[in-house]
Design a protein around this ligand. Sequence first.
Ligand code: CA
Length: 412
Amino acid sequence: MVKRSFWLAAALACAAWSGPSEGRPAAASVDPVSPPSAAEFQAWLGDFKAKAAARGISAETLERAFAGAAYIPRVIELDRRQPEFTMTFWQYFDKVISDKRIARGRELLKTHAGLLAKVEAKYGVPPRFLVAFWGLESNFGDHTGSFPLIDSLATLAFDPRRSRFFAEQLLAALEIIDRGDIPPDVKASWAGAMGNTQFIPSTYRAYAVDFDGDGRRDLWRSLPDVFASSAHFLSQSGWRRDETWGREVRLPKGFDFALSGLDKKLKLKEWQAKGVRRADGRDLPVADLDAALVLPAGADGPAFLVYGNYNTILVWNRSILYALAVGHLADRLVDKGPLRAKKPSNDKPLSRADMREIQRRLADKGYDAGGQDGIAGAQTRRAIKAYQSKEGLAQDGHPDSRLLERLRDDGN
Ligand code: CA
């Protein structure tokens, strides 16, 4: 739920804000961090409480929330992890779109059909999407986090790295407690993502809804509140009632891959005229919609045309893979088929070191790859596209081992 560049490596974006393990790379290295002394932490806490009181948090809430407050070294370890590999599209989809999850989602869609219909009538978000978000964020409520919310946020706010952001989240959490929505001892993800929807506190504060009318906005135990809060957040983020998210498509031979990317929008009829078809070969729908072409595994992988609601999913989580997974899982819950594209036999993730090498070699050739952080962000992908254009390669902007080989062969 943090705004970041669209193309930020999916695994990193998901690691911070999605469910407990979604998209999180297995391998990780950790910088050693020495925890502060108890006195240092308590002194910081004293200052913070004064600021929170000045912002209108009641003395009683501050007392209850910070009774026995402790710094949690493990939270900082998790925050400092540097994933060694970023998952590929196929690795990510295999993990998050399991048959088991689809089957359970279909059951839950039926079980809660009445409630979901009421929520859709009010907010305009169809049930299949609400259940898909629920599945991806917390595996339908199985994983809502096991870290004490206040201590985790206080630890991250004390840490200098992203202190301002987390201090604001801690204040938002205190405001939610202060208005009686939740008790101060709730458990959340290590980064403070809360409840079935894994909302960060500022999102919870702004968008959570008391749909069951008990006076509290409870995203742990009230499914009416959970579904309505998701739908409210999406509707406020631009969700369009009568549109879907996008679809898998088939590209014609000789397609110009320079047309790919979220920043290049064409009308559906223009895509049709360029030879793009539904994945089963039929014509694209006749509708006056702008669509962008997303190639999450490069020119040889699956292709998706995405509409405005895809961008709304990205407001929830800035990962392009997460947004495709929400859309695809939603479709699977209503019996639309699996992807037509087939997983290649040589599907291998790039290591962070390989990604850094790509960035270095592009920079050496005069392309602005946006630094050498080992993450394929928007600037890196633009640089790859520029290089591909110059070299007469398919301009998919996709970093993979073939691109790295090519750059090495070009020398420098
Ligand atoms: Ca409620």
